[in-house]
Design a protein around this ligand. Structure first.
Ligand code: AMP
Length: 281
């Protein structure tokens, strides 16, 4: 595995590989890797000759009062996990390498960025789209791997790729969960024992919603009410949103029909967690 810190080095390494007609998959992450990230890497390793893992805690996607400074980081551990999973190029640039003095260009995807996390995290998806666009320009991958865990992010990236005619295939991979159902996240380590227990209610509430739909419930209002009720029953959980939206357009739906994304964001202590489930009406 090659460890690369600068954009120039990354370009040189990748140019050599592309001359050998190697297909390239990219897995963009913020590091502090877990099995969710590794599932994306494994899929890329299966589908491409070369897998590039990027580890970059992107300052542009964090708001002023968000957790950029205390976001968990451990590059050495990430490198060990990446190498074991079959990563060929580990690209971990510093912030000033990606955003040098005078940096002024941003990618602003409209529409799909406005609801869900876009409401409480203004500017977040502008930061995400910008960094993903930059990574695509640096790596020039054939395929890029994202997790369904960040469902809105995946929709935003797909929209950007389509609108800007980027020559990369987006693959969205399933959510990997802990034994009790909690979606794996680098932020989970910030939960104390009590908070961790409460966090397991997120998946339980989504599963209850899915049961309701399977037993014939069609009203998204009643589904959302059920999920909110379960989450609000725990005093440690502060609900940011529970919403049922069309899985492709992210527009709110009244009736569960077709593919509906039931998306949840909560705060437990100082930790913001998101999760979701696709309901098939
Ligand atoms: P992050 O490092 O949190 O920015 O995540 C990097 C990528 O890994 C994103 O595409 C996430 O959606 C994906 N990811 C994070 N957690 C999971 C998970 N539990 N299951 C599957 N993919 C995940």
């Amino acid at each position: 595995m090659k460890f690369v810190k600068t954009i120039n080095e990354a370009r040189i390494v990748l140019k050599g590989l592309k001359e050998l007609k190697k297909s390239v998959g990219i897995v963009p992450t913020m590091g502090y890797l877990h099995e969710g990230h590794i599932s994306l890497v494994k899929r890329s390793v299966d589908e491409n000759d070369i897998t590039v893992l990027t580890v970059f805690v992107n300052p542009k996607q964090f708001g002023k009062n968000e957790d950029f400074d205390c976001y968990p980081r451990d590059v050495e551990r990430d490198m060990r996990m990446a190498e074991e999973a079959g990563v060929d190029v580990f690209f971990a640039p510093e912030a000033d390498e990606m955003y040098p003095e005078g940096y002024s260009t941003y990618v602003n995807v409209e529409g799909v960025t406005e609801g869900l996390c876009g409401v409480s995290r203004p500017g977040h998806f502008r930061g995400v789209a910008t960094v993903v666009c930059k990574l695509f320009n640096i790596v020039e991958p054939d395929r890029a791997y994202f997790g369904q865990k960040d469902a809105q992010q995946a929709v935003v990236v797909k929209r950007m790729v389509k609108d800007l005619n980027m020559n990369v295939e987006i693959r969205v991979c399933p959510i990997i969960r802990e034994k009790d159902g909690l979606a794996m996240s680098s932020r989970n380590v910030r939960l104390n024992a009590e908070e961790r227990k409460s966090a397991s209610l997120i998946y339980k509430s989504l599963s209850e919603a899915s049961k309701l739909v399977n037993s014939g419930e069609k009203s998204s209002h009643r589904i959302v009410e059920k999920v909110s009720g379960i989450l609000n029953s725990d005093p440690l959980i502060k609900v940011d949103y529970v919403e049922a939206v069309d899985a492709e357009t992210l527009k709110p739906v009244n009736v569960i029909s077709g593919r509906v994304l039931l998306a949840v964001a909560v705060k437990i202590g100082n930790t913001r967690l998101i999760d979701n489930m696709i309901l098939e009406g």
